[in-house]
Design a protein around this ligand. Structure first.
Ligand code: ADP
Ligand code: ZN
Length: 752
């Protein structure tokens, strides 16, 4: 006889699902997408049902213990998407499905005592509120009268806790009013509005679309009416008004009774994005990003699931938002590296968005001023998204003029102490006189980049990572930016005992100090990870700059993101070639993108913008083409390099990292993995289409105490790449070879 079985993904790093039998008592109600409690070895786990099937089966299969959801937590198409992520990125299905759910729903540990039950069903958050005022005629004390008066000035329901805090009274006053029958209190379900922390509704001007914007919008509108998968790349120069197109497209989607998903790199950094969405769509919007507390995230997901919010604006993981009837997915700044998750599952939200669009038959729009090379290539040379360009800024405003200053010449003229070139210094002076604003980019936080001994030449290194420590002036200590290791500054060199210790290179802290010395009258602020650590300080720094209280804002790449500050007319870039020194095939692309994006912050208002880029390497093509802000020319040179060295888009790339300690053992493991890969490659006769490089020491050879070896696989055939990796991993697990922390990165964004 056939009985019912369910395949269950468990939240453990295991590359498979597990089959359980479904007890008769659950048979009728169990659906894929529901959570279940299952026995697993000696413990119990919460897993997600991926499939329910009927078959006859020999042997014993353990039964599911309990269902935890009445309705599936994720829709069939999202489940499909999650399993696609697992197989494409070679990630354990439990881990892939876990990121699709609000935190805590697929817990790794299950407490089995009665006091701490498993989180069952979709939990709701409740709060106590005053819901009614009867004003029954009773005698009240003076304090009670006062509280009744205060309550009557508000619209009901009034949440009890914040009210008590605000008016400074104890809960007994309210309890007494309840017993006298003056007020009634009830527990209500809380749905926090995404705008709970914001002030009043913002004023945002809706613009009449210009000809270019209208042409693209109309195309989008036409695709929306077809209800099927289609993708489009909007390649629009900075300030060309892409956001306005998105907003109109979403309005049109809502009017058709469908919902919209918008991915942005970082919500906190671009508050104006949320302002636009709030003004246009109000409570229709749900916001999802990493700075939300678990509870806030939960509330947002619940509003989406229950159909109260039809527009989701969010960062990376919002690509899995449980929207029904999706009509459009927009990925703004599609080139941004924050879309790539650097831990399991190592997915890229843009590519997941495209897959979701395919599964749910929606339109997918990618937007950028500097598309990722692969996206542009696929779009223009076929097969990829339909290409649309916006070549000029709004209202015919000119792109900024870019000057490149050769710091080698500057060094010969003025010596090594020079941080600001003559040209940049004079340009800043001009802006200060005219009451315009300045952005200075230096992509290195801290005070000095390294502590160098002038006698023996050694630098102070982190004990866990192969990286030099950065000096931070406020704490007067040396810090590792990767593992957080802290050390005081030694009086003498720890290698040779000499006292000639010297601070090398400048970080944002140091440059702020220098600017304050050069421009004593200017108000100068700094934006980097150190200054935004406290909650709310990011908004404060950006707010002060937006309102003109700050004249000069210095910062790391944070200042290059999509900000729209119309009074910025000058952008300065210090050590522009810095990222080129990274041992990474995307170094040139990243440099070009960063320079173009930061240049794009200048001259967005009525006055034209100017950019001064300081560099020791002006000949490099990233700098040459950033000067003319010519994407096409940059693309032509970069694509040649990619073709010659067989990098994406000409190959599919995977980076396999083996890390551990001690070093020799880790290297042996890496070699074993490489051998397996080579053998699998031979089995497929794919030698000519696939290269297996390494193992080699990773550019960051030691991190957090672990030694790191990498194997790079380049294949002109993606299917074969997957096959080789999968069979190699399988062979490893069959042989019981335990590779500690192997990590496979498909389509890596970062080879460090
Ligand atoms: P991008 O995202 O392409 O860099 P934005 O969407 O931020 O550009 O637009 C730049 C500025 O132009 C914004 O201040 C926006 O309000 C304004 N804007 C957009 N479209 C129009 C339009 N059709 N007419 C006038 N101003 C516009
Ligand atoms: Zn470290």
């Amino acid at each position: 006889m056939n009985s019912l079985f369910a395949d269950v993904a468990v939240p453990l790093p295991l590359f498979q699902t597990f089959t359980y039998s479904v007890p008769d008592s659950l048979g009728g109600e169990l659906q894929p997408g529901c959570r279940v409690l299952v026995p697993f070895g000696a413990r119990h786990l919460v897993g997600l049902v991926t499939q329910v099937h009927r078959e006859s089966r020999e042997g014993t299969v353990k039964p599911i213990l309990e269902t935890l959801d009445r309705k599936p937590l994720i829709s069939p198409s999202l489940l499909k998407l999650g399993l696609w992520v697992a197989s494409y990125y070679l990630s354990p299905p439990g881990e892939a499905l876990r990121v699709m759910l609000p935190p805590g729903l697929l817990a790794k540990k299950v407490a089995l005592d009665k006091d701490q039950p498993v989180q069952k069903f979709w939990p709701t958050k409740r709060y106590l509120a005053v819901v009614e005022m009867t004003s029954v005629e009773v005698k009240l004390t003076a304090r009670q009268k006062e509280v009744v008066q205060l309550l009557s000035e508000r619209t009901l329901p009034v949440a009890v806790q914040p009210f008590l805090r605000e008016v400074g009274c104890s809960s007994s006053v309210l309890q007494n009013l309840v017993s006298k029958g003056t007020i009634r209190m009830e527990e209500l379900e809380s749905y926090r509005s995404p705008w709970a922390h914001s002030e009043t509704s913002p004023e945002v001007q809706k613009h009449e679309l210009n000809t270019d914007q209208r042409r693209i919008f109309e195309k989008i509108d036409q695709h929306l009416s077809m209800n099927r998968f289609h993708s489009m790349l909007i390649h629009g120069v900075t300030g060309s008004g892409k956001t306005e197109i998105y907003l109109n497209a979403i309005a049109s989607t809502l009017a058709r009774g469908r919902s919209a998903l918008v991915l942005v790199p970082e919500i906190g950094l671009t508050p104006q994005i949320s302002r636009y969405f709030r003004a246009w769509f109000g409570e229709e919007v749900a916001i999802l990003h990493s700075a939300l507390s678990g509870g806030e995230r939960f509330d947002q997901c619940r509003r989406i699931r229950e159909g109260q919010a039809h527009v989701v604006v969010g960062t990376r993981s919002a690509v899995f938002a449980p929207l029904a009837d999706l009509g459009i997915i927009i990925v703004d700044e599609e080139h941004d590296s924050s879309y790539k998750q650097e831990e399991l599952p190592r997915y890229h939200a843009r590519d997941v968005a495209l897959k979701r669009g395919e599964l749910e038959q929606t339109l997918v729009i990618l937007g950028s001023a500097t598309p990722q090379l692969e996206t542009f290539y696929n779009s223009v040379h076929g097969g990829g998204p339909e290409y649309e360009a916006l070549n000029s800024r709004i209202l015919e405003r000119p792109l900024p003029t870019v000057h490149v200053v050769d710091m080698r010449v500057e060094f010969q003229k003025r010596g090594k102490a020079v941080v600001l070139s003559q040209q940049l210094q004079e340009s800043i002076d001009e802006r200060l006189d005219r009451k315009e604003q300045v952005l200075i980019l230096l992509n290195r936080r801290g005070y000095a980049s390294a502590l160098l001994c002038r006698s023996c030449g050694s630098t102070e290194m982190c004990e866990n990572c192969s990286l030099s420590l950065t000096y931070h002036h406020d704490s007067k200590r040396l810090l590792c930016h990767y593992c957080g290791y802290l050390r005081s500054v030694p009086k003498r060199c720890r290698a040779c005992g000499n006292e000639y210790i010297h601070f090398l290179g400048h970080g944002t802290q140091k440059v702020q100090e220098i600017l304050e010395g050069l421009f004593p009258k200017a108000a100068i602020a700094r934006l980097d990870r150190d200054t935004v650590r406290r909650k709310g300080s990011l908004q404060r720094i950006l707010g002060a700059f937006g309102s003109g209280q700050t004249d000069i804002l210095i910062g790391t790449q944070m200042i290059a993101k999509g900000h729209d500050f119309p009074r910025v007319t000058l952008v300065g870039v210090l050590t522009a070639e810095q990222a080129l020194r990274m041992a990474d095939f995307r170094a040139s692309e990243r440099t070009f993108q960063l320079l173009t994006q930061v240049a794009g912050r200048a001259g967005r208002g009525e006055n034209p913008g100017e950019v001064v880029i300081q560099t020791y390497y002006p000949e490099h093509y990233s700098l040459k083409h950033a000067r003319s802000q010519n994407y096409r020319l940059f693309f032509e040179e970069e694509i040649r390099f990619r073709r010659n060295f067989r990098y994406p888009p000409f190959t599919a790339l995977a980076n396999l990292l083996v890390q551990g300690r001690p070093q020799t053992k880790t290297r042996q493991e890496a070699e074993q993995v490489a051998d397996l890969l080579l053998r699998q490659r031979t089995r497929l006769s794919a030698q000519r289409r696939m290269r297996v490089l390494g193992p080699a020491q990773a550019p960051l050879e030691k991190l957090k105490g672990d030694y790191r070896f990498q194997i790079l696989i380049k294949s002109t055939n993606r299917k074969e790449l997957h096959e080789v990796l999968e069979s190699a991993m399988e062979e490893l697990s069959q042989k019981g070879v335990k590779i500690r922390k192997p990590s496979i990165d498909i389509d890596p964004m970062n080879l460090l």
